[in-house]
Design a protein around this ligand. Structure first.
Ligand code: C2E
Ligand code: CA
Ligand code: CA
Length: 522
């Protein structure tokens, strides 16, 4: 319940649950322990009055209600309860910063633990210690120390969500409970933004003071399930952060720190990778199984990391999606692929199909359809030569939006391929509901060919389904002649895979594929 009432008027006789039980239940909830409950009852016998008090009501009034008496009682109860609350607030909050103190923090931790048990999820306890606070306090005086602490409080608070609980344990130690986190990285991100808040200079007596913080993180239930263990472990992690040089965070489980740091590192590098032109496109040829000729290609992005070399999209596309960077990266991919196609066509190579992968996040971007149209126009390619590859799951997640988008693409003349078919949750009905031209059988089914009965059955079924619906079909990940033989036998029209070629740079593609295909392509 969001509201915290000043007073509850409770009728003794109600349907479903009587007022006595309702009172007992409300009183067992922490937020109502202090809320006065005034029982309104028609039952003026001694027993029910006793029952009302036992349940936790603080007064009662009988029906028919005398309004003057009611008004007086309400007034008295509310003012008494306000005084109570004030005392309670003082007992549970830190006077300098107004934050919850250690007592309330313990209570909030208990609540967080109960909720995490009930909802079967994770929360993080973040322990923050200000670096060199004692030095500032000693050299500049306590008043300066107080200003520092209140400034830090408001900065830390501004970096948190409303649902996060920040407390001051004492001195220069703060804790934050971040509930309902999906992955440890989420806690790392919060810790990072807290650290950023701390390194901003603070003006005290017209002097700029620079501080930093050291942060330890313990996760429930990974690093402990009780208040004591979690606090001890977050504290230990905080000391490790200090030992390692301050102004950083550490997870209690050391290997977690490394994994999360690696991810945050990658994230930082990925943001700069576009400007630094570290992405390149590779092209994997597709083959017509009847003629054996190259009939198109798929553009696949790679990241040329200055230190780590070529990084595969499986490693950075998910990160690019989470951070939203995929929108700009996707634009770059689309433009680069179209420019390349136009170049090859101008050179005289008769290629009339390039497939470009598009992620779910791009579909949700409002500007995406206009962007595609713009790139097609600018690069001068024929839209029928361009195929947009979308995964089943991207369609399932964005059903209505995806349908509108695909209809628009279809009107523009673009081709649409359903990628990784068979792995997602899309039903066959998707093939009819969306204007799809091509289905791509996922590599995981092709790898079981021939031999795995299930994979054989699935690929056969997809093949006849697409034939019936008059859709084109591409088998992905063909690595050997046995797989090829099987696919030919079931009249699969097209395939791609290492059997013919890995994805190649534009230059290699031209040398190995385009120049070797006598008599044109397709
Ligand atoms: P995908 O669209 O299913 O791409 C096919 C993947 O299978 C490619 O991996 C390709 O190199 C690989 N592959 C092709 N033939 C074979 C084979 O015979 N054997 C094996 N083992 N693998 C083969 P890659 O290039 O690492 O791409 C992985 C995924 O990354 C792609 O899967 C696609 O989902 C995503 N991706 C790649 N480029 C882009 C892009 O520009 N935008 C978006 N949104 N996603 C992309
Ligand atoms: Ca693909
Ligand atoms: Ca695929």
């Amino acid at each position: 319940m969001r509201h915290n009432p000043d007073l509850i008027l409770m009728d003794a006789v109600m349907p479903e649950m009587d007022g006595f039980r309702a009172t007992t239940e409300l009183k067992s909830l922490l937020e109502f322990t202090d809320t006065p409950i005034l029982m309104v009852t028609a039952l003026e016998d001694e027993y029910s009055v006793e029952q009302a008090f036992m349940a936790g009501a603080c007064d009662y009034i009988t029906k028919p209600v005398n309004w003057v008496v009611l008004k007086q009682r309400v007034k008295r109860l509310i003012s008494a309860s306000h005084a109570d609350r004030k005392i309670r607030h003082l007992a549970y909050h830190d006077t300098l910063t107004g934050l919850p103190n250690r007592l309330l923090f313990i209570d909030r931790m208990d609540q967080a633990i109960s909720r995490a048990i009930r909802e079967e999820n994770r929360f993080a306890l973040i322990f923050i210690d200000i670096d060199h606070f004692k030095m500032i306090n000693d050299s500049m005086g306590h008043a300066a120390g107080d200003i520092l602490l209140t400034t830090v409080t408001s900065r830390l608070t501004s970096a948190l969500r409303r649902t996060d609980t920040i407390s001051r344990l004492g001195g220069d130690e703060f804790t934050v409970i971040v509930e309902n986190i999906d992955a440890p990285e989420d806690a790392g991100l919060v810790a990072n933004s807290l650290l950023e808040m701390l390194v901003r200079p603070i003006l005290i007596d017209e002097r700029e003071v620079h501080i930093s913080g050291s942060i330890g993180i313990a996760l429930y239930p990974d690093d402990g399930t009780s208040f004591g263990t979690l606090l001890k472990n977050a504290d230990a992690a905080m000391y490790r952060a200090k030992d390692l040089g301050r102004n950083m965070f550490q997870f209690y489980a050391a290997e977690m720190s490394e994994a999360v740091m690696h991810r945050l590192d990658m994230e930082g590098l990925l943001r700069n990778a576009l400007e630094r032109q570290e992405f390149i496109l590779h092209y994997q040829p597709k083959f017509d199984l009847r003629s054996g000729r190259c009939c198109g290609m798929e553009a696949l992005v790679r990241w040329e990391h200055p230190q780590r070399g070529l990084i595969s999209p499986d490693e950075f596309i998910p990160l690019a999606e989470e951070t939203g960077l995929i929108v700009q990266l996707g634009e770059w991919v689309l433009r680069t692929a179209c420019v390349q196609l136009a170049k090859w066509q101008q050179t005289g190579y008769a290629i009339n199909n390039i497939s470009i992968n598009v992620s779910a996040r791009q579909i949700r971007d409002e500007n995406f359809p206009d962007l595609v149209e713009k790139i097609i126009t600018e690069t001068g390619v024929n839209p029928v030569d361009v195929e947009i590859e979308l995964t089943e799951s991207a369609l399932v997640e964005n059903y209505d939006k995806a349908r509108d988008l695909l209809i628009r693409f279809n009107d523009m003349g673009l081709k649409i391929a359903l990628d990784d078919f068979g792995t997602g949750y899309a039903s066959m009905s998707y093939l009819k509901a969306f204007p799809i031209d091509t289905v791509k059988v996922d590599r995981s089914f092709v790898s079981g060919l021939p031999g795995n009965r299930e994979d054989m059955a699935i690929v056969k079924a997809i093949s006849s389904l697409t034939e019936t619906l008059d859709l084109s079909l591409v088998a992905e990940g063909v690595e050997n002649e046995y797989q090829l033989e099987f696919l030919k036998n079931i009249y699969c029209p097209q395939a791609q895979g290492y059997f013919w070629s890995r994805p190649l740079t534009a230059w290699q593609f031209e040398q190995d594929i385009l120049k070797n295909s006598e008599g044109g392509l397709g």
